[in-house]
Design a protein around this ligand. Structure first.
Ligand SMILES: NC(=O)c1ccc[n+]([C@@H]2O[C@H](COP(=O)([O-])OP(=O)(O)OC[C@H]3O[C@@H](n4cnc5c(N)ncnc54)[C@H](O)[C@@H]3O)[C@@H](O)[C@H]2O)c1
Length: 366
């Protein structure tokens, strides 16, 4: 694997490296870890790479790696959003599959362009919508698909954070509040999009229209930091998506509840090894990771016996394991790809436009 982004002090690059290497199917061998060549070299050193393979630019890396017999076989894109399209496009043009962090791009137009490039390349392309890698999220999806709740009627998904309640200081915060680098959405593009993707992933439904109220609560901020969105799904179900980065005290409280005709279920990221199912007759069931209660897909994505907690890194590693399968020529039908990326970008774009125009119910247009 070669990486673009993830240099000194970065958040998600090191997570990708750990996750990719967890099952020892993948090894980080090269990268452009910063747009500054000296910092890229420092990144390579921190990852313990051959110094010759910490490159000064993407063009240099792609030329050198594709010329080597032992060159990187795919590229992980872990830069801020505005760089996702140019990096992914260049890697695909060089014949290398791409696994990119979300959101797919900075804008919906860019996502349309990238989706076309992916299709024309016929190369594997995946997006690390982390939460779809959790075993109990897979279990929730499988149970809903098998009819455990009957017809889905209501979806409530929330992603509260509090870390941007004050001025956006520091490396991670600074680009996230800048439209030139984050894109059209602030909080909606950073975490609302995870909640949207989770809702569609778990239910197997598609959002068809939404009613959005997005605001920039912190004075002077150009992008939204607090979002409330009502959803309507293609089977008629109603939904609510709440995402905020100004809810003081909240860390990563992603949580989903789905209610159907005959049951309900609940999962939350801060206690990811438990899934709760509710039945119409008043009984509730607690399904825990690492037990015999999981179906085959979730069981395959669990590495330790019940009670030994697994979490974020392992969920990420599950996505990388699926991606390794794709690169080998196999299939990974639940790994989010360009189609999900495009839907998520349409969600951001529609919510931002509809909220600004106080447009009321607005179709989700891809
Ligand atoms: N899946 C998740 O749960 C998750 C979590 C956090 C971030 N993300 C996504 O990951 C991406 C990065 O976020 P982050 O929090 O790690 O940001 P960050 O600011 O911590 O790191 C970005 C890194 O990219 C490098 N970089 C920037 N431009 C570059 C270029 N042109 N060439 C090479 N390197 C370059 C920076 O030097 C830095 O090392 C964003 O798109 C974000 O939305 C996803």
């Amino acid at each position: 694997m070669a990486m673009i982004g993830g240099g000194p002090g970065a958040f998600i690059g090191p997570v990708h490296r750990i996750a990719a290497e967890l099952d020892r199917e993948i090894e980080l061998v090269a990268g452009v870890f910063s747009s500054d060549p000296a910092r890229s070299r420092a990144g390579g050193e921190a990852y313990g790479l051959d110094p010759a393979r910490a490159y000064g630019s993407l063009a240099e890396m792609l030329a050198a790696e594709t010329a080597r017999p032992d060159g990187a076989q795919f590229v992980a894109v872990v830069t801020p959003n505005h760089d996702h399209l140019p990096s992914a496009r260049a890697a695909l043009a060089a014949g290398l599959p791409v696994i990119s962090d979300k959101p797919m791009t900075a804008t919906l137009d860019e996502a349309r362009e990238l989706a076309a490039v992916v299709e024309a390349s016929a190369l594997p392309f995946a997006l690390t919508y982390t939460y779809s890698g959790y075993p109990l999220v897979r279990e929730a999806r499988a149970r809903i698909a098998a009819g455990a709740l009957g017809k889905v009627r209501k979806v409530v998904v929330e992603y509260p954070q509090g870390w941007l309640a004050g001025p956006a200081e520091g490396k991670q915060a600074e680009w996230r509040v800048d439209p030139a680098r984050a894109g059209a959405g602030g909080c909606i593009g950073d975490i609302g999009v995870h909640a949207f993707q989770l809702a569609e992933f778990v239910t197997g439904l598609h959002v068809t229209e939404l009613l959005a109220d997005l605001g920039a609560v912190v004075p002077g901020r150009q992008l939204d930091d607090d979002c409330s969105v009502l959803l309507r799904f293609n089977n008629g179900a109603r939904g609510v998506m709440l995402a905020s980065q100004i809810e003081v005290g909240e860390l990563n409280g992603l949580r989903i509840r789905v209610y159907g005709e005959t049951g309900g279920l609940a999962w939350k990221q801060e206690e990811p090894n438990t899934l709760t199912l509710h039945h119409l007759d008043g009984r509730s069931e607690v399904i825990r990771a690492g037990t015999g209660l999981l179906g085959p897909d979730a069981a395959r994505r669990t590495r330790t016996p019940g009670g030994h907690p697994e979490g974020y890194l392992e969920a990420f590693a599950n996505l990388y394991r699926d991606f390794a399968e794709l690169v080998r020529g196999g299939s990974a039908p639940l790994l989010p790809g360009a189609a999900q990326g495009l839907r998520s970008m349409a969600f951001i774009d529609t919510a931002v436009r509809a909220s600004a125009a106080r447009a009321g119910w607005t179709p989700l247009s891809i």
